[in-house]
Design a binder for this molecule. Structure first.
Ligand SMILES: *Cc1c(COP(=O)(O)O)cnc(C)c1O
Length: 378
């Protein structure tokens, strides 16, 4: 075979990591196919914004983890949320959202969707089960909320949504697919900020939307590439590695957080420790969860004490993210909920001395020693 000069770039075989586009003649599914130019498919990989072999393999892996039939990977959790909502909502439609939503989602729902004629209402978590869903197209919730770790009853809500012809979308980021699968309890679309537990190493920003309904997945995929919300294949590759240790990491997050929650609850300087093992009752759909993840909320009563505590921690780093292998801590009233007035904070039940801890996978005795020395200084 004739060699190539150094001036012409030989694209070569399909290389899953670095090729933006695969020559059509090399794409297995296109070979000998007379319709090859007609249809955009998720398997043809003609252009990386539309589909990519590494991304595709990761999507199938994550869909399996979620008990779904298929899914779509995105450049961020927010991209997955935006695209899922824009795929199922049209002008004039009505959607209801949980008030206690992740800040970015709250922002999207408040400031962007109404500009496209979508009617968005909010509902407090305590009222959502008795809310009328007449004429509602989408009900959007989080399975476990931030930062107070309240559950929404996915089984009850999906039944009510379907009774009224609405779709239930669940952001399941805080529990991860290891601890809970909302699709098994009737959710139509499950969303993850892959940035959090699924990747778990605080080195990637990606999102995922998944379903047991392939028509819905294809609809979302079509909007994903039209809007250009595609993930980076190298990040997808990192996530496909991370997914191999999801179960191991989650077991450790679950165990460490449980130990630490009990330690904090018995500490005289700490109030209102919120972690699901202390709840009198949890919705039935969560009774078989192997654990509840690494996030704990507690109250140190004043912002001054919370700041002093955070400043004195050595292993726990102050940062706004969560769900990585390293332990993090943040003060919601100063970060994620900084825009809320005193009145709004009170209504949201978030104290100025409230602290959110994201327990990592370090040695739990080391973590407890660190908390002990920091608490002794406040
Ligand atoms: C972080 C987060 C998001 C947003 O994800 P990004 O990957 O940062 O875009 C959405 N929902 C929840 C619950 C989150 O924690």
């Amino acid at each position: 075979m004739r060699g190539f000069s150094t001036r012409s770039v030989h694209v070569g075989e399909i290389h899953t990591l670095d090729s933006v586009t695969t020559p059509i003649f090399q794409t297995a599914n296109f070979l000998m196919n007379p319709d090859k130019y007609k249809k955009t498919s998720r398997e043809n990989h003609i252009y990386s914004r539309i589909s990519n072999p590494t991304v595709r393999a990761t999507e199938q892996k994550l869909a399996n983890l979620c008990g779904a039939t298929d899914g779509v990977l995105f450049s961020s959790g927010m991209a997955a949320i935006t695209c899922s909502l824009l795929s199922v909502l049209s002008q004039g439609d009505k959607a209801i959202f949980l008030t206690e939503l992740y800040g970015g989602t709250h922002n999207l729902v408040r400031n962007l969707l109404p500009r496209f004629g979508i009617n968005c209402d909010f509902c407090q978590i305590d009222e959502i089960e008795s809310l009328s869903l007449d004429g509602v197209k989408v009900l959007y919730v989080e399975s476990l909320t931030n930062p107070l770790l309240k559950f929404t009853d996915i089984e009850v809500l999906s039944e009510r949504a379907h009774h009224s012809g609405a779709l239930l979308i669940v952001d399941n980021t805080f529990l991860s697919p290891y601890n809970f699968r909302s699709l098994d309890f009737g959710a139509d679309i499950e969303i993850h900020s892959v940035t959090k537990y699924i990747n778990g190493h605080s080195d990637v920003i990606l999102g995922f939307a998944t379903s047991k309904d392939n028509n819905l997945v294809n609809e979302i995929w079509g909007k994903m590439y039209s809007l250009g919300l595609n993930p980076d294949p190298f990040e997808a590759y990192l996530v496909s590695r991370s997914a191999k240790t999801l179960a191991l990491r989650m077991e450790r997050h679950n165990d460490n957080a449980k130990r630490i929650a009990i330690y904090l609850k018995n500490h005289p300087k700490v109030q209102n420790v919120r972690y699901p093992i202390f709840y009198e009752r949890i919705p039935k759909c969560y009774e078989r969860c192997p654990g509840f993840g690494g996030v704990i909320y507690c109250d140190l009563l004043t912002q001054e004490r919370a700041l002093k505590f955070v400043e004195n921690l050595r292993i726990f780093k102050e940062a706004t993210s969560l769900a990585g292998v390293e332990s993090l801590v943040t003060i919601p009233s100063l970060t994620s909920h900084a825009s809320l007035s005193d009145e709004e904070l009170k209504r949201a039940q978030i104290s100025k001395g409230g602290v959110r801890i994201s327990v990592g996978i370090e040695d739990v005795e080391d973590l407890i020693d660190d908390l002990e020395q920091a608490l002794s200084k406040i």
